[in-house]
Design a protein around this ligand. Sequence first.
Ligand code: TRP
Ligand code: SF4
Length: 513
Amino acid sequence: MAQDDDHQPDETADPVIDPWGSDTIEDYRELFEHFGIEPFEEVFDGIPSPHHLMRRGVIFGHRDYGRVLEAMQKDEPFAALSGFMPTGEPHVGHKMVFDELVWHQQHGGEVYGLVADLEAHSARGMSWEEIDEYAKAYVLSFLAAGFDPETGTLYRQSANREVQDLAFEIGIEANFSEMQSIYGFDGETDVSHLQSVITQAADILYPQLVHGPLPTIIPVGPDQDPHVRLTRDLAARTRYFGVTRAYASFEADSDELELLETAYSTREIYAEDAETPRCGEAAAWLDASETDDPKTKAGAIEKLRNAGKEPLEPRVRLLVRKAPPQAFEALIEAVEGKKRVYDAHIDCFDLELEEAEQLARTIELETGGYGFIPPSSFYHRFISGLTGGKMSSSVEASHISLLDDPEVGARKVEEATTGGRETAALQRELGGQADDCPVYELYAYVLAGEDDELAETVYRECVGGERLCGDCKTQAAELMREFLEEHQAKRAEWEDRLDELDIELMTDRKLGR
Ligand code: TRP
Ligand code: SF4
């Protein structure tokens, strides 16, 4: 069943990632440990013609991306969605998200790009005039990066009534204590800020509202992971039914289930009649067996003993969660083969787990539920600022805006900090530190594009001491000039075609802040 069963440590004991903060992520590995993000390498081999950000390790972690890849490989529907807060001009860091979305569109996904204007207004205090200006800037750069608005969808949070209605519904599943522990909100947090969080959860689930349940990838920076975690939980909480395995009428947790599975498969050894092994017999056998987990063992034995003469018989159990009575009735009707019906669950003896999950989702959809599949995500490294630290729209020299004059962009590259040594002689001797160089990042993340050869050459020559920073930056500056010229030419083309788009770029909300 589509429950979020990720390992999730106690929230209160964990560090809080602040999606609106200015902290840089110091230790990406910590994210794996604390928040259960999986290393991206694990899914890499299953990716058809991986994007350069995947090949170069810029995308480093994921949640459940395998689900999306499977759909992609089988030519089944999947979606990709990300959002942009219009708080300034889009910069080369945002270009990565544009590229990731476009790549999924080229691989057959239903792609959504949204302007997070409600969030910008409430969490960042942007006026609607500013928001309108930047919303347009984002949309143009997204189009220039190759997004096809004919097959994909663009929207603004403020103009999407379905998203706002969905936010209202799933907001019922979230409470304030949870907001406090995830985001560090307190009594001073304004209500619209809370609303923007639940709106983002609705954004993330929106493709499933449009197309019905489908795997959805949310490509974002790791600072957005709290939103992804929250949404996965909320999506699970709206589900009508839970699905689990069981071996007898009692309930067991997942560790106990493993022991029961072992006990069942060993029945020939201890059961008087291997056709009908008794729970009591299994308890005695388990008692004499070796396990590393005495507590689970004791729990399982007690449950088996209490069940006594009841036969041990594998089954799939469908449990009522959010289902209204008529949905439960419909599910009872729909289960084929041998079944036993209880107050709030059904034991099914002729259904496989996956069939049961599908059936539960189908009935949920037929009886008015959403049937959400937990959304997947992956995370890219943040591109460093040209002056060191984080690339930030508010520090002029730290970032290259996609709207920068190509000459200005080139000059910023020429003036960037590098991972070079103090003197040319030292650089020749020790090699440069490409791993710590914002200019190398520009090559790898943006400038080299599909040209792996170029990215590898720069790296090899740098660390080998054959490349000096002056020439290296001149080459990068030239590529930046070309990139910006090309990007801006495409923006200009789209500027003339804005009326073809299904998105309203001017709002009539004009209450300033
Ligand atoms: N919070 C995101 C940001 O700060 C913007 C956003 C809104 C978003 N809704 C989203 C991102 C849904 C991904 C998915 O930029
Ligand atoms: Fe960076 Fe290039 Fe200097 Fe290496 S040679 S440290 S990649 S600027």
